[in-house]
Design a protein around this ligand. Sequence first.
Ligand SMILES: [Zn+2]
Ligand SMILES: [Zn+2]
Length: 350
Amino acid sequence: MAEGRPLKETAVEVPLLGPRSVLVRVSAAGVCHTDIHLISGAYDLGEGRKLTATGGGTLLPLTPGHEIAGSVEDLGSEAGATGIKKGDQAVVYPWIGCSRCRKCLAGRENVCEGRPAFLGFMRDGGYAEYVYVPDERYLVKSDGIAPAQSATLACSGLTAFSAIRKCDLHTDDLLLVVGAGGLGTTAIQIAKKTTGTRIVVADIDDAKLELATKLGADHTFNTAKVDVKDFVSGVRALNGGRGADAVVDFVGKPATVSFGLRLLGHEGKLVLVGLMGGGFQLPLPMLPLLGARILGSFTGSLAELGELVQLAKRGAVAPVVTASYRLEEANEVLSRLEHGEIQGRAVLSP
Ligand SMILES: [Zn+2]
Ligand SMILES: [Zn+2]
């Protein structure tokens, strides 16, 4: 991967194994929207400003892919203490931190303040036959879950899980999920199964909304077809005239954040996950008057991935995987994803 250019197949030597490292033979690598930002080279900050992928810490060129599931091919001389052995099926935690900063020491490597080594961003990732994982502790055993599904837990699933957890939901709360793609559909299942909360879903695609209903959404709105005013009053009516208790925005563009904020009730939380980008005017007094909060959420911790894999093993969460594609089809799959033509999640299999 190089900035602004389509992916190109290259031969990379299998690295020598460090003492605690593991070599994973990739069975499935999820295709994430973030890969599009990395390849296009930028995030849109609004008003013509951009955050470049390299400015965000990405080192190019490299192999993208941070949703990785596979089997353990080989172990370093001192690896095995966690019980991992050759042939084990595992999902790889890709959000590897510096292991020295405050956040890493507290177990939140995904928000590392030092120099992180995220797989597929700063180190070669999963669009490959093999992936080098520097420490065995980043492997979470996923036996019993199909690799195409377990792979997606590492980013899409984990991001949804951590975002829902930040909402601190109760059974009688009302949650609005904005965007019913791969993350949204996983979030709906997690929220329903772990909190029992009432769920409203907004998307611009009827097929995605139908899927959302099958997975546990109580009400859906096609925001391309209803007026924003009617949508806002419709959601309020579902919560006895109050706003939503939490909004999780998996799209993250001015229009969605704007209606998300308009919908927040007292002490409501808006958890912003999507990176579509842009900027907008914030009516400041609304936050203090409502005691509302806006939070950003970026993936999740290694411990959270462990919990999520357990949920998936119990069948409480089944990531929606559309189809598996060959590794050579990566550029085509990325382009279809960019144009919103992929329902659920697509994975590549070498
Ligand atoms: Zn991702
Ligand atoms: Zn760190």
